[in-house]
Design a protein around this ligand. Structure first.
Ligand code: CDP
Ligand code: CDP
Length: 216
């Protein structure tokens, strides 16, 4: 079985994807972490996001793997490093490059061949798994999404102003929506869920009702 979950930043995709994977005994693949790894490699090499050839080379060389919630890139654990605001800001800079997307999409599709998968990202229902059994598009009001992100960062001791976070999220969503390759898009056959004001459990229950066939 394949479940595709797309949507903007902070909509609850990864939290809910992990829960669904646990409920249905499936494997979760966080495709955002893969793009984040490439941005992290670029930052490690001196922060040049204008040199597309160099970014493509780094993407070709990058060996990305997962162990539960842990993420590894080129044999180094990068679980925490790829979640910093700096990496978040720069990930859409690498994600707009056609060759980078092609490389990662091949790996994501291969993963889906070998596993029963819940995958989240921006282009899963549209590009990576167009034949997925279920496609969901999660959304939420941008202020609520910024509040959720702030709470997460606060818990990690990273101080960020709510207004700045909201602006950064909006900027990232715009970049993701407006790029030519694999943009963030609501496909026609996606089930759209507005998660504003809904708990994680409520959203999970709605999705399960579709998957279990309660809702047609
Ligand atoms: O967790 P959050 O929604 O903030 O971000 P993420 O899912 O980790 O994705 C980080 C960035 O990677 C996004 O803003 C996109 O630019 C890019 N991305 C993408 O282009 N395609 C995907 N399938 C997943 C992520
Ligand atoms: O993957 P994505 O960026 O879409 O969102 P996430 O990382 O799963 O969720 C961002 C934060 O919002 C997490 O701390 C979740 O616990 C929280 N969340 C929430 O409070 N209520 C929801 N309905 C969904 C997520």
């Amino acid at each position: 079985m394949q479940i595709a979950i797309d949507g903007p930043a902070g909509a609850g995709k990864s939290t809910i994807a992990k829960k669904l994977a646990a409920v249905y005994g499936m494997t979760y693949l966080d495709t955002g972490a893969m793009y984040r790894c490439i941005a992290h490699c670029v930052l490690n090499q001196g922060d040049n996001f204008d040199n597309t050839d160099d970014i493509i080379r780094l993407a070709k060389e990058a060996e990305i793997s997962f162990d539960g919630d842990r993420v590894f890139c080129n044999n180094k654990e990068v679980t925490k490093e790829i979640r910093t605001p700096l990496v978040s800001r720069h990930t859409s800079d690498v994600a707009r490059i056609k060759e980078v997307r092609e490389l990662l999409v091949i790996q994501q599709r291969k993963f889906a061949k070998d596993h029963s998968v819940v995958m989240d990202g921006r282009d899963i229902g549209s590009v990576v798994l167009p034949e997925a059994d279920f496609k969901f598009f999660l959304d939420a009001d941008v202020l609520e999404r910024a509040r959720r992100r702030k709470k997460e960062l606060d818990e990690r001791g990273i101080v960020k102003n709510l207004e700045n976070l909201k602006n950064e999220i909006q900027q990232r969503d715009d970049n993701d929506r407006n790029r030519t390759e694999g943009p963030l898009v609501k496909v026609k056959d996606a089930i759209v869920i507005d998660t504003t004001g809904k708990s994680i459990k409520e959203v999970c229950d709605i999705m399960r009702s579709y998957i279990d066939g309660v809702k047609a």
